[in-house]
Design a protein around this ligand. Structure first.
Ligand code: 5GP
Length: 208
């Protein structure tokens, strides 16, 4: 049987909106989904692990990855570089897994341009007030970083209109349910599901 290529899903939303929590809950429910691990020049936050949350690299190493064509997209965000390693994505999609790229909006736009067939989802907070208090509760960031991230959040929310789907993160369960519905519906879109029709028509030829 032909293995259907998995979806490439761009998942964006302002810092502090709860993307990680939603994606962790999704991965716990869906074993057909893989999460891309990005490379970054920012320092690990407490509790983060190299290779699980990010690949933490120096600016020089990041530059080398770009020069060697090892990243699908990259962007600068709040003074640090972030990029999506290409290899694992191609491998997982080829094996039929849906691959989620949790990236900011500049990277999302680059992916959409290079891969128009990708599916893009933007996660919104219930309100800006909720977002601000979530950013402040994350005690690991300094006031300066919080301010930068809030400004970046407002800029990012303006880009949400370029995405295919908008989800409001009112509860994690609801957001996960909606992502699963999107994945399901996207796989049923005609251009992805038409191999079934081809098979039937080929069979019809043999019996007519
Ligand atoms: P954080 O520092 O909070 O982990 O991430 C900051 C922002 O960078 C988030 O919006 C996150 O989605 C985004 N990001 C993480 N990895 C990548 C990546 O590989 N490429 C791009 N363009 N953005 C990324």
């Amino acid at each position: 049987m032909r293995m259907t290529k998995g979806l490439m899903v761009v998942f964006s939303g302002p810092s502090g909106v709860g993307k990680d929590t939603v994606l962790r809950a999704l991965l716990a429910q869906e074993d057909s989904v893989k999460l891309s691990v990005s490379a970054t020049t920012r320092s690990p936050r407490p509790g983060e692990q190299d290779g699980r949350d990010y690949y933490y690299v120096t600016r020089e190493q990041f530059q080398t990855m770009i020069e060697n064509g090892e990243v699908l997209e990259h962007a600068e965000y709040c003074g640090n570089y972030y990029g999506t390693p290409l290899g694992p994505i191609q491998e997982w999609q080829g094996k039929g897994y849906d691959v989620i790229l949790e990236i900011e909006v500049q990277g999302g736009a680059q992916i959409k341009e290079k891969n128009p067939d990708c599916v893009s989802v933007f996660l919104l907070p219930p309100s800006l007030e909720v977002l601000e208090s979530r950013l402040r509760d994350r005690a690991s960031d300094s006031e300066d970083v919080i301010e930068k991230r809030l400004t970046a959040a407002c800029d990012e929310i303006q880009q949400a209109r370029n995405y295919d789907y908008l989800i409001v993160n009112d509860t994690v369960e609801h957001a996960v349910e909606q992502i699963r519905a999107i994945l399901c519906a996207e796989k049923l879109r005609f251009h992805r599901a038409d191999s079934n029709i081809e098979r039937m028509l080929n069979y019809a030829k043999t019996i007519s």
